[in-house]
Design a protein around this ligand. Structure first.
Ligand SMILES: Nc1ncnc2c1ncn2[C@@H]1O[C@H](COP(=O)(O)OP(=O)(O)OP(=O)(O)O)[C@@H](O)[C@H]1O
Ligand SMILES: [Mg+2]
Length: 313
């Protein structure tokens, strides 16, 4: 769960989706990988964990399973990121590789990562390693801008990792500089150059493009216009990157969301019938491929449900 920008609701959405998934019977572990701004535990009502990801990063603990703590929600466990040493908030590449490998071995149906803000290589790697990186954005120009920067950085990083030949990798690196001298401005320009240099790498590039499937959640929606943002980001992804980015859904702006954070309870538990909870639960069902159940708004079949009715169920 990433997004580029700070404060768009990544942690709030992670905590609530994880809770919803656990309520749907999945064994879920949420992991706070925001070593500089760890606060996922607070959203879930877990007192500051004594053991945390910081112990793994600083090599005090090798087994991630030892860092898992229970939350008040059955089926939902947490690896927090508290008590970090700010000096190693960005783990080395090797340590990150170990971490990512360890995360895959955790005993759970679903492991969800709450990412920090920004487009640092470590944040991108957490996003890229997941089967379904989810981008959270808010309907405001700064958030949209940062979301594109994030996607662009993730896209090129993914491509560079996929390429085998040194020369072709260099082409990708060059393309990352928007003002590169070779005139590569878009991923399609880059593809043309790669194909000219090496057909096999060209195929690999196209295949990697096909499996790179970020998904989108718009949080803090207030108007019908805001709801559409997810569709436009999705179509820009298609047009510019040639990438299918599914619009998973939106979550309305609701002051109760903020209050639930102050009360250290996921809103889907505190007020399961609030619109904001219904939208979150709907996204959780969609993640599991379950049909959407009733309520809040209208259409269920257009990819994204209808705009909040304003009223409660
Ligand atoms: N849908 C919403 N309606 C109203 N308030 C919201 C909503 N979503 C989040 N908030 C508020 O915004 C605050 C910031 O959200 P959150 O901490 O989840 O952002 P973040 O993207 O994780 O930030 P950071 O990048 O700093 O980690 C929350 O504490 C909550 O009060
Ligand atoms: Mg956060």
């Amino acid at each position: 769960m990433g997004g580029g920008k700070g404060g768009v609701g990544k942690t709030f959405v992670t905590a609530n989706l994880a809770t919803s998934l656990a309520r749907l019977g999945k064994r879920v572990i949420v992991v706070d990988v925001d070593l500089e701004g760890a606060n996922l535990h607070t959203c879930l009502g877990v007192p500051t964990p004594q053991r945390s990801l910081a112990d793994f990063v600083s090599e005090r603990v090798e087994d991630l399973a030892k860092l898992v703590v229970d939350t008040p929600v059955p089926n939902l466990q947490l690896i927090g990121a508290t008590h970090g040493n700010l000096a190693d908030a960005q783990p080395s590449h090797l340590r990150r590789v170990r971490l990512l490998r360890g995360l895959r071995q955790l005993d759970a149906d679903i492991v969800m990562l709450d990412l920090g803000a920004g487009s640092h290589a470590s944040v991108l790697d957490y996003f890229l390693v997941s089967d379904d990186g989810i981008l959270v954005l808010q309907p405001e120009p700064t958030s949209v801008e940062n979301a594109y920067t994030f996607l662009r950085a993730a896209f090129y990083r993914r491509m560079r990792l996929a390429m085998v030949g040194h020369g072709v990798r260099q082409l990708v690196t060059m393309a990352m500089d928007q003002r590169n001298e070779r005139g590569i401005r878009t991923p399609l320009d880059l593809l043309r150059e790669i194909e000219a240099a090496d057909t096999a790498e060209g195929h690999r590039f196209v295949e990697t493009m096909r499996v790179f499937r970020p998904r989108i959640i718009v949080n803090g929606v207030r108007t019908a216009e805001d709801v559409k943002l997810g569709f436009s980001v999705s179509s820009v992804c298609k047009k510019y990157f040639g990438v299918e980015a599914e619009y998973l859904g939106y979550v309305n702006f609701d002051d109760e969301a903020r209050q639930s954070v102050s009360m250290r309870r996921p809103i889907v538990d505190l007020r399961p019938d609030a619109d904001v909870s219904i939208y979150l639960q709907r996204i959780a069902r969609k993640l599991l491929g379950l049909p959407s159940t009733s309520a809040a708004g209208g259409r269920q079949d257009a990819g994204v449900p209808g705009y909040p009715s304003g009223g409660k169920r």
